[in-house]
Design a protein. Structure first.
Length: 170
């Protein structure tokens, strides 16, 4: 299958998941299991974002290498001090993004705005995540043209190898 075909399939799958989730949330809001199902959806969305914020944030502690710096080093080799500073800032930006998503998710849910919360979960979150990736990509090559241009698959391999290496050390 061509790259365009895979991208189209991915986009269609994402739309299907979003529509299915919206339908399921609407059904759950009208059923006797509404509080349980809605609580599970909330735990999934806000919980995953909070967990990601903690994971990324834990690597920002003194004496630790930020997660994005670790991945960039795997892809690009040794980082200059400017590149290391930039990747640290990107890690912090992702922490703030994940925290914001978790807080907004909890806030909308607590306010009883389930349609707004559903819109956040099913439409805004994927678009905002994509905007973060694209925005960071553009910013990186404007501020740091010394970063070698690599495709998304190289970044995914670095992430996979990072997880594999951590698992083998445990």
């Amino acid at each position: 299958m061509s790259a365009r075909g895979r991208l189209l399939l991915l986009v269609l799958a994402a739309i299907g998941v979003a529509l299915g989730s919206h339908w399921l949330l609407t059904w759950a809001a009208q059923s006797t299991f509404a509080p349980l199902v809605q609580g599970l959806f909330l735990a999934q969305h806000a919980g995953v974002h909070a967990a990601l914020a903690l994971w990324f944030g834990a690597t920002l502690r003194r004496g630790h290498q930020p997660l994005i710096s670790q991945l960039a080093q795997r892809v690009h080799g040794d980082l200059t001090p400017a590149m290391a500073h930039y990747t640290r800032q990107v890690t912090l930006a992702w922490v703030l993004y994940f925290l914001t998503m978790a807080v907004v998710s909890l806030g909308l849910y607590a306010s009883g705005q389930l349609h707004a919360w559903s819109l956040l979960v099913n439409a805004i979150t994927p678009v905002a995540s994509l905007a973060m990736f694209v925005g960071e990509y553009v910013l990186r090559y404007r501020l740091h043209p010394e970063f070698e241009r690599v495709d998304f698959s190289a970044a995914m391999r670095a992430f996979r190898d990072h997880r594999t290496d951590r698992g083998s050390r445990a």
